[in-house]
Every structure is written in C-alpha cells, then in structure tokens.
Design a protein around this ligand. Structure first.
Ligand code: PRP
Ligand code: ZN
Length: 303
C-alpha cells in the first residue's frame, strides 16, 4: 500500500478573488482594510503580497470554489450562491464537501429568484409543473423543485439567462436579482425567492496545518474586528448625575457608559455604542441634559 499523499505545504497564503464584477472592488477593499498590500504583476492575474505573505489570484468568480477544492488557493471571496451551487453539484455526483463558508461578508447581497413573464399571473409553485426554467444554478434549482415535488425541466445556461423566455428556450428563469433592473429590462417579474445570498470568505473543509493556518487565523481575527467595529461609535458628552438615567435610556441598546475624571458637578462621560447614532438621537440626548456632545468613529479594535 502506498502512503496517503499529504497536501502540499506552502509558506504563503493564496486568496482567490473575482477579477472583474460586482465582488471585485469590495473584496479587495476589505482585504486592504485587513492590512494586506500587494505588488501587482503586469498581467494582474497574480498579486504578490508585500505587507504579509498573502498573495491574490484574480479569477472568474465561478472558478473560485474549484480552486479551493483543488488546493490551488487556500481562501476565496465568492458569492454564497456560487459556493452553494457548486457544493450541491459535487454532492449530487457523490463527491465529498471540499470547501465551506468561513465568514459572511458585508457586500454582494442578492437573491436567487424565479422570474416569470410580466403578463403571467403568479398563482404559486404548482404552476411550475411541466415548465422549462432557465438558470445558471441548476443544482440549487433542482433541489428546490424536488423539495416541493415539482416536475419541471431545468435548462442550464451559463449566461444571458434572462433572455431565454423571449428566445423561446425556456418559459421562465431562476437568476440572481439585486436591483431588479435586469428582470425589468427583459419584461420579467420576480415572484419567488430560492435563496438569499451575500459574499462569503470561503476556505477548505480540512484545516491547514502549516504556516498558512496561522495566517488564516490572523486574517479572520482582523476581519471580525472590522465587521464588529464598522458601526461602532464613541459618544463623549457632559451631563449632571441626575440626567444620567434619562440619557442612558436614549443610548442604543448594549451601549457601555463610562465616567471620565471630571470637575465634580458636571460629569464627563463616554459611551461606546454598538450602532450608529442619528441626529435625532443626539438632539434627544441634548434635550435630556447632555452637552458638549462629540461622536467619534471607532476605526479598529484589536481583539
Ligand atoms: C447577476 C444576474 C443578473 C444581474 C441582476 O449577474 O445574472 O444579470 O446580476 O442584477 P440586477 O437585479 O441589479 O439587475 P452578476 O453580476 O452577479 O454576474 P454573474 O452572475 O455572471 O457572475
Ligand atoms: Zn459569474
């Protein structure tokens, strides 16, 4: 018996992100906010990490799950819709899970929806019996139809799904909807949500054991710090002791109130708020006796 081949070790982490498209810029911005920087290659398909040994591979989003499965990349930023489609497709042919979402990211929100011709009257999923549905998400759609006991034909298309009904190659579609403009432009209307999606950071199911494991852990810590502090605000203000109960009640739930050393009668206070503060909230705090209000954005916190 030959020994089980072990995964190749590497001393640099490789992250796949979309080269062009709606996830490309936010993915890069997020990684930059995590302290990563790169020296770009001329063809810009590979970016060599400068601040840390973390390189980028710029690819088509559809290729990202496969790159992780094959171990070519260690992490990827991809829509959950794409990751789940390919995970379901693998399971349907009996392959083991090879990647998993590690974190949901705050961009790339969209929904996988059924779109029907505008002139149709939607009367529920039963009307899908015997219909032809065009989609780039055949595995998700097939599973969704099966769960509902619907026998419909899944027409797999890799692009331009929304024109299929007009071309007569399908009766309706299942496609991503963000603003809804694409559906409207093609005289279709959204009727049913198959899946809510957002961008995710995906990684392998099997944990890495070499130096890359530490790099991933650090990246996740920094990511969590960024998402946790995105909305956090520090409010500083002066108030008399007796105004505190009323002011506390006006602060966002979970705010932490701290007394700073002051001059006696008027207290100097600071409140760490987990969410942003509206102008109206600030005015109410003033009416309740707060003065010298100052709101500071919390940029980063090291956990
Ligand atoms: C999706 C989808 C539609 C469009 C919908 O494509 O296939 O074409 O977005 O957006 P709208 O509701 O705002 O008009 P996407 O940009 O995600 O590219 P891809 O599916 O080819 O990766
Ligand atoms: Zn795509």
């Amino acid at each position: 018996m030959s020994p089980t081949p072990s995964a190749p070790t590497r001393d640099r982490l490789r992250i796949a992100i979309q080269k062009k498209g709606r996830l490309a810029d936010p993915a890069r911005a997020l990684l930059t906010a995590c302290g990563l920087s790169w020296r770009e290659s001329r063809d810009k398909l590979f970016c060599f990490g400068e601040s840390l040994p973390v390189d980028l591979l710029l690819v088509r989003d559809d290729d990202i799950p496969g790159l992780i499965a094959d171990g070519v990349c260690d992490l990827g930023i991809v829509g959950f819709n794409e990751l789940d489609e390919q995970a379901k497709a693998r399971r349907q042919i009996g392959l083991a899970d090879a990647y998993q979402p590690l974190r949901a990211l705050p961009f790339g929100e969209c929904r996988l929806m059924l779109g029907i011709p505008e002139e149709w009257e939607w009367s529920g999923v039963q009307m899908l019996q015997g219909k032809r549905i065009a989609t780039s998400y055949p595995a998700i759609l097939t599973a969704w139809l099966a769960e509902r006991g619907i026998a419909a034909e899944v027409v797999e298309l890799s692009g331009s799904v929304e024109i299929a009904p007009r071309l007569g190659t399908a009766d309706l579609i299942a496609d991503l909807v963000s603003s809804g403009a694409t559906l409207r432009a093609n005289q279709l209307k959204p009727v049913e949500v198959l899946m809510d999606s957002t961008a995710v950071l995906a990684g392998p199911v099997e944990e890495l054991t070499d130096i890359r494991a530490g790099l991933i852990a650090m990246l996740l810590r920094r990511l969590d710090g960024i998402t946790a502090t995105r909305e956090q605000k520090l409010l500083m203000f002066d108030a008399a002791e007796q105004a505190l109960p009323a002011i506390s009640a006006l602060l966002p739930a979970g705010s932490e109130l701290i007394r700073l050393p002051g001059n006696g009668v008027t207290l100097r206070l600071q409140a760490m708020c987990q969410t942003g503060l509206s102008w109206q909230q600030l005015e109410e705090i003033e009416r309740a006796g707060g003065s010298n209000l100052m709101v500071l954005a919390v940029e980063k916190s090291l956990a």
